[in-house]
Design a binder for this molecule. Structure first.
Ligand code: HEC
Ligand code: HEC
Ligand code: HEC
Ligand code: HEC
Length: 160
């Protein structure tokens, strides 16, 4: 039994590791994790359901804007931008809901339109694309001017 001391030390170290593991685990794992005992929730924290329910939705969809912005809504609903939700261009309802109405994005720059309409090889050929605003205006028989905006000829809510 001359090696018993080595084994004893090993056993002590293993027990210590075990004790530390369970101590740290009891501190780190939230109380409602898995809902003790039956473990009925599996790998899930029970309170997270209520926490998710209490989150304020950020995006609400275009129907949300209808009552207050009838005119824009109706124009939009009849046009080719019907597949582009209001919040895509104007930002989330969340900013509006917090009564920071001036924080609503209202970007009337050509760049805002070119984000979707610039010619990109990867876009489906059937999607309406233009090379540049100057080239586009010239092709449509217009006279390209410095600082001209798409909205001079297109209503963003019903572009054609
Ligand atoms: C409860 C009513 C209400 C709802 C719902 C609402 N708005 Fe508004 N909105 C207002 C009011 C009031 C103003 C400030 C007055 C104004 O400029 O018409 C405003 C202003 C704006 C402006 C700025 C107008 C400007 O000329 O600067 C934009 C853009 C806008 N809203 C977009 C939206 C979008 C997009 C939605 C849907 C996600 C929405 N609103 C939903 C009431 C509402
Ligand atoms: C393709 C982008 C786009 C979409 C989609 C869009 N808007 Fe706009 N909207 C704009 C731009 C750009 C302006 C600024 C026009 C200007 O200044 O001449 C604007 C202006 C507005 C304004 C200010 C008043 C006005 O008519 O200029 C309101 C309110 C508004 N939009 C609400 C809406 C609502 C509600 C929807 C959805 C039904 C919507 N918008 C969808 C781009 C968009
Ligand atoms: C989020 C992407 C997006 C943005 C931003 C956007 N559009 Fe569009 N646009 C579309 C989609 C989607 C269509 C429908 C395409 C279709 O019918 O195949 C469309 C259609 C159009 C059309 C009709 C083209 C045709 O031949 O049918 C015009 C014109 C147009 N947009 C102009 C604009 C202008 C001007 C702006 C900026 C105020 C703008 N768009 C911003 C996505 C966008
Ligand atoms: C000087 C006026 C004018 C300006 C400014 C203008 N367009 Fe146009 N656009 C037109 C005309 C006209 C058409 C053809 C409409 C039709 O076919 O009924 C058109 C058509 C389009 C189309 C459909 C595809 C095509 O080539 O026919 C898209 C997409 C488009 N415009 C996007 C834009 C964007 C994005 C801007 C700003 C960067 C812009 N336009 C600025 C006049 C203009």
């Amino acid at each position: 039994m001359k090696h018993a001391a080595h084994i004893l030390r090993l056993v002590v170290v293993l027990i210590l590791v075990g004790v530390i593991f369970f101590a740290v685990r009891s501190i780190m794992v939230p109380e409602d994790f898995g809902t003790q005992g039956s473990y009925s929730y599996g790998y899930f924290r029970a309170a997270s359901e209520q926490e998710q329910k209490e989150l304020v939705p950020v995006f609400r969809g275009s129907e949300k804007c209808k009552g207050c912005h009838d005119a824009q809504y109706n124009t939009w609903a009849q046009g080719k931008h019907y597949s582009v939700a209001c919040e895509t261009c104007h930002g989330s309802w969340h900013a509006h809901n917090n009564n920071t109405k001036d924080a609503m994005i209202k970007d009337n720059s050509p760049d805002a339109c070119m984000l979707c309409h610039a010619s990109v090889a990867g876009r489906p050929a059937t999607f309406p694309q233009i090379d540049s605003i100057d080239d586009h205006i010239a092709r449509k028989g217009g006279d390209p001017k410095e600082g001209q905006r798409c909205s001079a000829c297109h209503n963003p809510h019903n572009p054609l």
